[in-house]
Structures are given as structure tokens and as C-alpha cells.
Write a protein that binds this ligand. Sequence first.
Ligand code: G3I
Length: 417
Amino acid sequence: MSSSKTKILVVTLGIVLALVVIFSVYKAVDGDKDQQPSVTPTVAVDATTPTPDGDSGDGDDNGAGDDADGKEEFTGYPVRDTAEVLGTRLSERYKDCFYVGTCMKTEHLNDPNLVALVLEQFNSLTCENEMKPDALLNQMACMAEGEVTVVFPANTIKLLDWAKENGFAMRGHTLVWHSQTPDWFFREGFKSNGAYVDRETMLARMESYIQQVLEYCNTNYPGMFYAWDVANEVFSDNGDTFRDSPWYRIIGEDFVKYAFTYARKYAEEGTKLFYNDFNSYIPAKLNNIYMMAKSLQEEGLIDGIGMQSHLDISYPTAAMYLDAVERFSNAGFEVQITELDITTDANAAGHEKQAQLYNDIFSKLVIRDMATMINVTSVTIWGVNDGRSWRSYGDPLLFDDSLKPKASYYSVLQQEE
Ligand code: G3I
């Protein structure tokens, strides 16, 4: 071997030796971290016997430890195979706190794997579209009869019958809404090109519609509906004004009061009546919802606030969101989280952030429930798996396209009461 080759070999061996020494010293002073790689769970997931989550005793119970700066360091959630999920279920985990629900379309009944998952995990159900006015109002029948004619189509009945057979508690969604309500419903003769009707006609149509829908449910599904979204999204997106809709234009602001009056009149005793909206944590919208709901409450017309909760990992913060839950609760309203989903970036970091926000919301709903008397009675995730979500672009749900549980699923289970 030439002397230059010998020199290179000696230098290389020296570098390798130095690296080995540095690594050994690092391991010696940092043994704890070596026990807990950042993606390893700090807790065994078991819905029935919650175990300590390795949190540092900071009282936040969010699955995060504190680092040297006192900042919370995310320690990750396990991702396990579906088979291992058996024995854990969301509805069981939160049975002493609130219903845990999902929404379904009738076509989802064709997927036996999805059906099995829904039966295993949830105890509350909402029809994603099948009970909206455009599903139940039949234009031909209305025109033929010359009056509001509700026809529950086979598609809707199939899903409701399945829910009944399987013992689900249902949220009724939704009676009075600007969207998915046919424009002809507001026009003379129920004709697509008719002139818009007057206030008295529209109030009569509203009452007839609500009466027919609720009486059909009372008769065919007694005791199944524990809540109804009576009015949906009455305020503008940011909430500073009433939304411009045919309901608002034809009847005026008090259309909401009439909707609740009719719903109270025809709903089964014990069914709770809700005002339901999104962005309800934005201050202007929160205030307007609060003021309107308070005046309905004084007349005994409303029971609760539905917070839809279409969130993103970047907004709002858990604190901002939970403050709104607390404000509605403290004003004497039952609160139901009616359409929870959290969009995120399609990468590992995004999914960890999503898991953290799901965890924050669920754990703190439970913790605040005990500490501040908040009154959350139902939490519905708006869909079963990412691929079927209306916001599928943002992977917003607890199960992935192939129905495998995500980190967010485990983060929701991973709570202590
Ligand atoms: O009606 C047509 C049907 O005739 C056609 O066969 C089918 C083919 O894809 O499309 C049907 O309409 C779709 C409808 O869902 C029923 O599947 C619409 O295109 C689609 O836009 C509609 O989306 C729904 C959306 O409401 C409409 O506003 C979503 O599934 C549903 O998740 C979403 O839910 C709402 C809540 O009710 C209220 N809060 C906001 C949330 C998102 O808008």
C-alpha cells in the first residue's frame, strides 16, 4: 500500500472512531429520549381502561409532554392496524359524556366495511343529505296538490330504517336552510318560473313543511330523534349580518322565530331543538348567534346551539373554539358539535397537527365539562373516512381512504376523564 493510501485510511478510521465516541456520550446523557422516539405512543390505547398518557403533570392532559423551555412537545400517536381497534370504540369511550356520531349517505350502506366500522364506533347518526328539504320536497306532488307535499323517498327511508334497526340515536338535519332548498318552494304554484309568494303564504308553507316532516318521524321513528337542527346558517359567513336568502327576503328576520315555534309545536316531546351554524367562534358571529338564541330561549323555543365545526389545523385555535363552547354553555344552552372535521396538509406533520387538535378538542370538552359545567351532549364527526368527506382534499376525518384508523382516531380515544 502506498503511503498516501495509508494516510487516507488512518484519517478515515480516526473520523469513524470519533463519531462512535460522540454518539456513546450522547446516549449516556440522553437515555430517556432514547426510550421514547418521537413517533412512539406514550400510552396504550384502551377505551375502557384509560392509562396515564405520559404527560408531565401540567394538567392539560393533551398527550404532549413539556420540553425544557416549558413548551409542549408533541409525542405522537400510534397508528395501528384496523384489527387492533377491536375492543376500542369512540361511543364507548365517551359514553358518560356525550353521543359520538357520524353522518352517512344511503349509498354508504353498500360498503360492508364502512357499515361495520360505523356500527362499531358510533352511537349517533345524521343523514348527510337525505333529510334536507331538497330530498323531501317533491315538486310534482306540490304542484298537483296545490300545497306543500312532503314525500319521504325510498332512499331516505332506507337509511332511517337501517338506523332504527341498529339502535342509533338520530340528529335531524335540517328543517329551514337557504341551501339545498329548491327555489320553486318559494314561488307561486310551486312553479320554477312563478313569482315569489308573500310573507303569509311562506309562513304557512313553512309550518306545513315542518309539521309534515316531524309528524312523519314521530309516527315512523318514535323516540329516535333526540335533536333537530331547526334553522341552519341564518347568518352570513363571518356572521356580521343576516344571510340573504329567500326565507329572509320573503318573511323577514323573524322567520327563525317562526321556524322554532312550529318545530316546538310538532316535535315529539323530549326532542331538543337546535340552531346550527359554522364559524360560530368568530366574535361577530358568536355575538349574533348568542343574541338571537337568547331571545328564542326567553320564549322557551330553543334548547341548544349546534356548532358545525368545519375547522382547519391553522384556524381556529383550540382555545378560541372552546371559549365559544363555554360561552354558549354558560348561557344555559345545550351544545352539540354537529359536523366536526379538521382539514390538514397531506403529510406526516400535518396529520400530527390534526391529531393534536382533535385531541385538544375532545379532551378539553370533557375536562371543561367537569370544571366549568359546559354542557356538550353530542359530538358528530362529519363523515366516516377521508375519501368520502365533502372536504376530502384536506384529509379531515378519523379514518383514511381505506377505512384504516388514523393518528387522529387514536388521539380522540387517548383521553382521561
Ligand atoms: O343531488 C345530486 C344528485 O342528483 C346527483 O346524483 C349527485 C351526484 O354526485 O349529486 C347530488 O348532489 C350532491 C349532494 O351533496 C348529494 O349527494 C351535491 O352535488 C353536493 O354538493 C352535495 O354536497 C353536500 C353539501 O352539504 C351541499 O351543501 C355534502 O354532501 C354535505 O356533506 C354538505 O353538508 C353541509 C351540511 O349539511 C351543513 N353544513 C355545511 C356542510 C357543507 O356544505
